[in-house]
Design a protein around this ligand. Structure first.
Ligand SMILES: NC(=O)c1ccc[n+]([C@@H]2O[C@H](COP(=O)([O-])OP(=O)(O)OC[C@H]3O[C@@H](n4cnc5c(N)ncnc54)[C@H](O)[C@@H]3O)[C@@H](O)[C@H]2O)c1
Length: 327
């Protein structure tokens, strides 16, 4: 039985709680959140010990593993403390709010004896897995141009969005939070770009003051001459988690529920694979459990997280300098 602690049980954490607590191989022994109301409800429902301080939870509890789902600025400290105890760690994206934090996490995990896995669920959707398999098989040729869209309109105030709208706490939004999912998927399939260009437009939708990027256009260029165009925004109604990979012999379009493959002219295969977000998280959790049980390191370890932080950092640097950034 793997004894789990969950740090952060609000927001995205609500998806993790049932997945951990209801897994027969796990016991949700402790939960932590600074929101007492949420904490007491979850702890009561799940018969777990409750903590408002993760430092105390990690110190006092006899845990095997932690799931960490927190505001971005807290990741280096929480991961660092869990690593010191060699607990297995499942950490929510985006790894870190910026490159210095990413390097702190990598340093904390050096020589560490547990399993560390960076979480981002969509790669575990059967649609994304299928799309990657088709692209990697070479059946539609070599990747030439990638288009990716993550566009929503958020009609909220900056204040109600809390820590997310403070760059110091989140690192930003369009690139490091929302658009991070797009960079993740593209990196997962295509690897490291050689050059990054981005702009963050200055367009705003959230009412009230904030210092984060709400819109970003990112271009990734690869050493083989191919490139990716990523539009990420909370200022416009649009398309979400949609990718098109134009290849030399055909094209593939995919989203978390749909994969369409085209030859040079027409649709040749359409797969409707409807999966909910919790189902994708559950599939991802099984990968983590398998890694813990077998000792086989997951793909999305610290090196994976660091590379994504390098891409995001390059995008922010390019947006502020107006110049492309070499990686
Ligand atoms: N994979 C996805 O699709 C997805 C979606 C949303 C958020 N996320 C990620 O999940 C993480 C959390 O985001 P969220 O939307 O859940 O944020 P949130 O603000 O809704 O929830 C964060 C929780 O952490 C708690 N918290 C804050 N400070 C704490 C502290 N010092 N100790 C313990 N608990 C503390 C808050 O009270 C809150 O319950 C972020 O990394 C975010 O990028 C991922």
């Amino acid at each position: 039985m793997i004894r789990f602690g969950q740090i952060g049980v609000g927001g995205e954490g609500t998806i993790y709680t049932p997945i951990i607590a209801e897994n027969p191989a796990c016991r949700l022994a402790a939960v932590c959140d600074i929101n007492k109301e949420v904490l007491d409800r979850v702890a009561g429902e799940r018969k777990a010990n409750a903590y408002t301080d993760f430092r105390e939870m990690i110190e006092k509890e006899d845990l095997d593993a932690v799931a960490i789902i927190l505001p971005h600025y807290l990741y280096p400290e929480a991961v660092g403390l869990a690593a010191k105890k060699n607990l297995h760690i499942l950490q929510e994206k985006p790894f870190a709010r910026n490159l210095p934090d990413a390097k702190k996490i990598v340093k904390a995990l050096k020589g560490y004896k547990g399993i560390y896995m960076l979480s981002a669920q969509r790669k575990y959707s059967p649609a994304f897995q299928k799309a990657k398999e088709i692209i990697k098989s070479g059946s539609i040729g070599k990747v030439q141009l990638i288009e990716a869209y993550a566009q929503y309109r958020f009609t909220r105030t900056s204040e109600s969005f809390g820590w997310r709208t403070k760059k110091k706490l989140s690192g930003g939004l369009a690139i490091i939070d929302f658009g991070w999912h797009m960079l993740d998927t593209i990196y997962w399939i295509k690897g490291m770009p050689s050059r990054v260009y981005a702009n963050t437009c200055g367009i705003k939708a959230l009412e009230g003051k904030n210092d984060i990027d709400e819109t970003a256009n990112i271009i990734l260029e690869y050493a083989d001459g191919s490139s990716a165009v990523v539009l990420t925004s909370i200022t416009s109604i649009g398309r979400c988690w949609e990718f098109t990979f134009q290849c030399t012999k055909g094209t593939i379009k995919f989203s978390p529920c749909l994969v369409e493959t085209y030859d040079k002219e027409k649709l040749i295969e359409k797969l409707d694979i409807t999966k909910t977000e919790p189902e994708m998280f559950a599939a991802q959790f099984n990968v983590f459990l398998n890694a813990v049980q077998t000792g086989k390191k997951p793909l999305t370890g610290p090196a994976y997280g660091l590379n994504l932080s390098r891409i995001a950092e390059a995008a922010y640097r390019s947006a502020s300098s107006g110049k492309p950034v070499l990686l």
